[in-house]
Write a protein that binds this ligand. Structure first.
Ligand code: ADP
Ligand code: MG
Length: 286
C-alpha cells in the first residue's frame, strides 16, 4: 500500500491568535519501494507533513492513508489503534540522538521492537542486526548511549528505528551536522535499506543528495506542493525560486554538454557515473 495524502490541511494552535497554517491542501501518492526526496525552503512544511505519515499529527482537514491505516481529520473515520502505524513507518527526526534514553545501547535499540510485540529475545536479535547495519560494533552494546560521539549516537538512534523493520522509512534531514564521511555512510545505509525493498522518504536541503539518491522529488512551497518530478527534470528548471541550489555536478555536466560533449544527464548521479560516461564517449570501456 502506498502513502496517499488527500487534500491535507494542518494548522498549529487552531482557533488561537497564534494559529498558523503549515499545510495547505496537500495531495500526492508515494509508491511502494520508491525513494522520494521531500525538499523546499525552511518553514515550508516538510517536517509537519512527515509527522502525518506516522500519525504524530492528525490532519486538520483531509486524510492520509498508509498501508491500510487511515489518519483522517474526522476522528470517527480514523483507524482504530492508529498509533500502530508506527510499526510500519519508521520516522527518524532531525537530531534523533536527542531521543536516546535507555541505560545501554542494546536496551535502547531493543525498546521499540519490544514495544511493537517482539519477544525480548527477538527484540534483542533485531537490535543486534540493526546495530550491525549501522556499523556499531558489539563492544558498544553495554555502553551508555550518552557516552558516544554525536555521529555514533545518531547511528544508534537510527538502529532503534530500523530494528522495528519498517516498510516505510522517513528520514528528516538525517545528514545535518555530520561530517562528509559520516553523511555518506548514513546515506549509503538508507540506500541499502531501500535496495532491500523499503520505501524511503528523505527530507533534505541538500540537492546533491537528491541527485545522488532520489528517484522522485516533491517540492514544497508555503505549505503547498509546488512540483512532483524527477531530480534531473527538476534541475533543468529555475529552482532558486524555491531557495534550492542546483548541484555542482549537474551544472558541470551541463557546461560540458554546452561545449559539445552530449553526455546523458539522466545517467549521471555522482562522480563515478560521470567518469563512466566520459570514458564511454572517448571510446573506452565503461
Ligand atoms: N510546534 C509548532 N508550533 C507552531 N508552529 C509550528 C510548529 N512547528 C512548526 N511550525 C510552523 O509551521 C510551519 C512549517 O514548519 P515545518 O514543518 O517545521 O517546516 P520545515 O520542516 O519545512 O522547515 C512554519 O511556519 C513553522 O514555523
Ligand atoms: Mg523541518
Amino acid at each position: 500500500m502506498p502513502v496517499k495524502f488527500t487534500d491535507v490541511f494542518y494548522t498549529y494552535n487552531p482557533k488561537t491568535p497564534l494559529a498558523s497554517e503549515a499545510l495547505n491542501g496537500i495531495s500526492f501518492t508515494i509508491d511502494d519501494g520508491s525513494f522520494t526526496a521531500l525538499v523546499g525552503r525552511t518553514g515550508c512544511g516538510k517536517s509537519t507533513l512527515v509527522q502525518h505519515i506516522n500519525a504524530l499529527l492528525n490532519p486538520s482537514q483531509g486524510e492520509v492513508e498508509v498501508n491500510g491505516f487511515l489518519n483522517a481529520s474526522d476522528k470517527k473515520k480514523r483507524s482504530k489503534k492508529l498509533y500502530q502505524v508506527r510499526g510500519v513507518v519508521g520516522l527518524v527526526f532531525q537530531f534523533p540522538e536527542y531521543q536516546l534514553f535507555e541505560e545501554t545501547v542494546e536496551k535502547d535499540v531493543a525498546f521499540a521492537p519490544k514495544n511493537f510485540g517482539m519477544s525480548p529475545e527477538e527484540a534483542l536479535e533485531a537490535a543486534h542486526k540493526a546495530l550491525a547495519s549501522v556499523g556499531i560494533p558489539e563492544s558498544y552494546y553495554q555502553r551508555s548511549p550518552f557516552e558516544l560521539s554525536g555521529g555514533e549516537k545518531r547511528r544508534v538512534a537510527i538502529a532503534g528505528i530500523l530494528a522495528v523493520r519498517p516498510k516505510i522509512l522517513v528520514v528528516d534531514e538525517p545528514t545535518a551536522g555530520l561530517d562528509p564521511r559520516g553523511a555518506k555512510a548514513m546515506m549509503d545505509l538508507f540506500k541499502k535499506v531501500h535496495e532491500e525493498g523499503t520505501t524511503v522518504i528523505l527530507v533534505t536541503h541538500d540537492m546533491n543528495l537528491v541527485l545522488n539518491y532520489a528517484e522522485r522529488v516533491i517540492v514544497m512551497d508555503h505549505g503547498k506542493i509546488a512540483k512532483i518530478t524527477d531530480p534531473v527534470s527538476l534541475f533543468q528548471e529555475d529552482i532558486e525560486q524555491y531557495s534550492l541550489e542546483t548541484p555542482l555536478l549537474y551544472r558541470f555536466v551541463k557546461d560540458l554538454n554546452a561545449k559539445g560533449f552530449s553526455l546523458p544527464l539522466e545517467k549521471i548521479k555522482d562522480l563515478e557515473s560521470l567518469s563512466r560516461e566520459l570514458i564511454a564517449k572517448k571510446g573506452g570501456k565503461k
